[in-house]
Design a binder for this molecule. Structure first.
Ligand SMILES: C[S@@+](CC[C@H](N)C(=O)[O-])C[C@H]1O[C@@H](n2cnc3c(N)ncnc32)[C@H](O)[C@@H]1O
Length: 522
């Protein structure tokens, strides 16, 4: 066998799985599975199937997910750079499918980086409601913010916080909470051998302490009648059924909802917690009863020897309280029917939000964090002028100013006071050298019909790739589509096969490339 499993892991799995162990072990001989998930914020599944560069085989537990041949390099196609799909391990698509996200919900993704599940949640929200996406790792939130932007999400806030500090600001606030918990990663050994080295470095107890804390803190943020999905990519019952059993014991107002039978979910292994004579050693924790431990058979497991995917665990925790009519986010912010990214942390290095002051201009809600002495009216005038000249209409929502940067946010900014905010919303642009420059995420969040000037580049003959590499392109004027009264000169929304990639500036047959250097195709 090519893969060297840690002996302690293999011995434990053999003990737990008994007769099934040989089959489990044989799964490590098979190649890993690769998947993509269609981003329905950009394209519906049927339309994507019609233009897909890859053969697609449906993933049973995710309507928008497909197995693809990894050797075809799905990350090297202009459609990937246009955010039409996200590359995601097939089993990792399961937790969001059982979170039951509906447009308009307030959703928290607490351990979110690099953002696979957050972009899946965003697609289910369809631009309505709120996604707060968080990770404790500052480094990993960079990838998280980028993936949110690449996917064209307009209603997300990206945080880099501890769950405890978020709970302090958002008690009983969220309808849905996803905890894709940090774990020992045993289910990912086949996908990523580095996970084996990581496994050897940390004790199980370190993980279980973190998992317990995160779950208990998350529960404080759930609104009555809401739902938490707890998932891991590990097999150890200590990190899975035992965490859920203990939570249920301490929180009688929660039930575990059984998973749908279709799709390949195997039941949770309550039997690993409960033996004929009572609780197994593993779970002789104070207060835990056999009845509660037995409920964990309603959790779900994806086994690499039973499904085409890696190992995962998931539990749907439904709060039994009556859902209260919460204030709709759209009521908190006038006109929030379209609400989302950027490059500037909105907090200082200590995570302190600079004291905001609000002011209204016309029908608009404007908030400002006074980081830099940029003149507010200059910023607003810049944004007004840009939108008049380049957009069919101004996107609605609360305009927030951070120094010289403009965002549209799905929440009133005082909700974020004191939190280390990586993106307070959709990054619109900034005033540089006295001029408003549109942000790249403004382009990735726009629909082609919202721009005044568009240019469609060919996907087939390498033209879109040239743009993605940052090249200047020669583009004759008839290829630029524009609003007659505004002319062809100026910022152009550049597309690949009809899907926005970024900005360019067209003048006299030349398209100056505005694709950000850090995003370029290499
Ligand atoms: C399994 S990964 C998340 C993968 C992600 N959900 C996705 O689908 O792309 C777990 C994440 O939890 C983060 N993490 C670890 N401890 C945390 C904590 N106490 N609070 C929030 N995030 C934490 C890690 O930095 C890591 O990015």
């Amino acid at each position: 066998m090519g893969l060297q499993l840690p002996i302690a892991f293999a011995t434990r799995m053999q003990l737990l799985l008994g007769d099934e162990y040989e089959e489990f072990l044989a799964s490590y001989e098979k190649p890993r599975y690769a998947g993509i998930r269609v981003n329905t914020l950009k394209i519906d599944v049927e339309s994507f199937r019609a233009i897909s560069p890859f053969e697609l085989k449906p993933i049973p537990w995710c309507e928008t997910g497909f197995y693809v041949e990894e050797s075809l390099k799905p990350g090297k196609h202009p459609y990937y750079h246009a955010g039409l799909y996200y590359i995601q391990e097939p089993s990792a698509m399961a937790p969001v499918e059982v979170l039951d996200v509906n447009p308009g919900d307030r959703v928290l993704d607490l351990c979110a980086a690099p953002g696979g599940k957050s972009t899946q949640i965003a697609a289910k929200l369809r631009g309505q409601g709120l996604l707060v996406t968080n990770d404790i790792s500052a480094e990993r939130t960079k990838a998280l913010a980028k993936n949110i932007e690449l996917s064209g999400v307009r209603n997300a806030i990206v945080l880099n916080e501890t769950p405890e500090r978020i709970a302090g600001r958002f008690p009983q606030f969220f309808d849905r909470i996803l905890i894709d918990a940090p774990c020992s990663g045993e289910g990912m050994f086949r996908k990523d051998e580095d996970m084996i080295r990581q496994w050897e470095k940390r004790s199980l107890e370190q993980y279980t302490n973190m998992q317990r804390d995160i779950l208990h803190t998350a529960a404080r943020m759930l609104s009555p009648g809401g739902r938490i999905v707890y998932s891991t990519c590990t097999f150890a019952p200590e990190e899975n059924e035992a965490i859920i059993a203990e939570f249920l014991q301490q929180n009688e107002d929660y039930e575990v909802i059984p998973l749908p039978v279709e799709g390949g979910f195997a039941p949770g292994r309550a039997d690993w917690l409960v033996q004929a004579e009572g609780l197994a050693d593993l779970d002789k924790r104070q207060g835990l009863t056999v009845d509660t431990a037995a409920k964990t058979d309603r959790c779900g497991r994806l086994w690499p020897h039973r499904v085409d995917g890696e190992g995962h665990f998931l539990a749907v925790l439904q709060h039994q309280g009556q859902a209260e009519a919460t204030l709709d986010i759209a009521e908190m912010i006038p006109c929030l029917d379209r609400v989302n990214s950027g490059h500037h942390e909105a907090t200082d290095k200590k995570g302190k939000m600079k004291q905001p002051h609000r002011r209204s201009k016309g029908s608009r809600n404007v908030s400002k964090y006074s980081t830099a002495p940029t003149d507010i009216s200059e910023l607003l005038a810049g944004w007004d002028k840009f939108s008049d000249e380049h957009l069919q209409s101004k996107p609605a929502g609360e305009v927030m100013l951070f120094g010289s940067h403009v965002y549209i946010s799905p929440l009133p900014k005082d909700r974020l006071d004191g939190l280390k905010t990586i993106r307070p919303g959709w990054y619109i642009g900034a005033v540089k050298h006295g001029r408003f420059s549109p942000g790249h995420p403004l382009a990735t969040g726009l629909k082609p019909e919202e721009a005044v000037r568009v240019l469609d580049l060919s996907v087939q003959d390498g033209e879109a790739v040239k743009y993605l590499k940052g090249e200047t392109l020669e583009i004759p004027q008839p290829r630029v589509q524009f609003k007659e009264e505004l002319g062809p000169k100026g910022y152009v929304l550049v597309m690949a096969g009809g899907f926005p990639l970024g900005w360019g500036k067209w003048m006299d047959g030349i398209l100056k490339n505005e694709y950000p250097a850090g995003w370029r195709w290499t």
